[in-house]
Design a protein around this ligand. Sequence first.
Ligand SMILES: [Zn+2]
Length: 81
Amino acid sequence: MHLTEELIQRKILEGELPANFNGRTRAGHGEGHACKLCGEKIDASKVEYEIEGRNAAGATRIIRLDGECFQAWLVQTDRNH
Ligand SMILES: [Zn+2]
């Protein structure tokens, strides 16, 4: 799946991804969860990034991204600063 800036921005607007990076991220081996951005399974051979975000109600939740999607998301959040 080709990742576009539009897709990331849309997911940020829809609340699917955090708009800003607060530094609370943990990287580790994939555990088979689906990447929140591209939807592909992150298996143990890949790095999984767990981003701490908040939903509209202010509740903390964990969003999982693979390395490629994490970097793509990070670039977009920098533009929102
Ligand atoms: Zn992904």
